[in-house]
Design a protein around this ligand. Sequence first.
Ligand code: OGA
Ligand code: MN
Length: 318
Amino acid sequence: MTALTQLSQAIHDAPRWHQAEQFQDGNEIRIEAQHDQALGAVVYGLDARKAQSGETIYRLKQALAEHLILIFKHQSLDDLQYLAFASYFGSIFRPGADIPVLASQDDTGTPPDVVPVSNAVGKGDYTGHGELAAHADHQWTPLPSFGSLLYAIELPQDGGQTSWYNTIKAYEALDEATQKHLDQLQLITYNPFVRAKNNKGTTGYGATPLYRFKDQPIVGHAYPHPLVRTHPESGRKGLWLNERSEVELVHYDDQSGSELIASLREHLLKPEFRYEHQWEEGDIVFWDNQATLHSRRPFPSDQRRLLKRISLAGGRPY
Ligand code: OGA
Ligand code: MN
């Protein structure tokens, strides 16, 4: 027989339902909303290595749509078990080779299904140790991922916290006239990895212009998406704009567009919309890219940090 891909192997090897000790009892699972935070719920008592019931997955999907990030504690998984768990929630995000993203490989043009997000040399080394500005994964692609999971394996002593921002709360905090105006706008977010590819050595999240004026060159393809995005499950609207990519409002005056975007970015990053996660080894955070942004604090380069990321495919934003 031919060799299986990692993903097929993961499903092939996944626990069978008739093995009682490998089947998760849904009654053991507790989902606790973080009422004192802008978003998030913590999931206790779930072992992601086990087979999950339909009821459990449905509960988790509903909780994700409501709380936007789910924090699973005390996990211990290999890559195949991690893939098997993540794929309960959708297909793995696999962009075409014409769309460079984090960890796209030189030979295939595509990223691995499990991306090592790490400064640990020899273990992937994607994103380094610097600050990451607030972003939604793959926002610059035609079909951005609906969600991503990060699994913490090795953590630094200092720094490296990840924050998530509730873009629905940010939108709802705007006055009605502003909401009405924004509701009709389309935004292009230029792919930072196209620029990074042209200027080897940059990470893709860093130094690009914040707004493209019409006399400036276009770097890469443009995929306009609504500035105000409707969440597919809840119908709630969120402000879908990241902190630092080069963006452009479609059919909009350069100067007033760049000023509007700058003020919205400032608004989005307010502490009342944010939850900062203090990682513990074994945490998996599963977030909804459709209605959140995330950022990371820097950490010392001589301390190791290794997380593994899986992103799940999403539809065209609306
Ligand atoms: C990512 C990411 C944040 C972090 O992997 O998409 O943004 O805390 N990581 O490393
Ligand atoms: Mn990210």
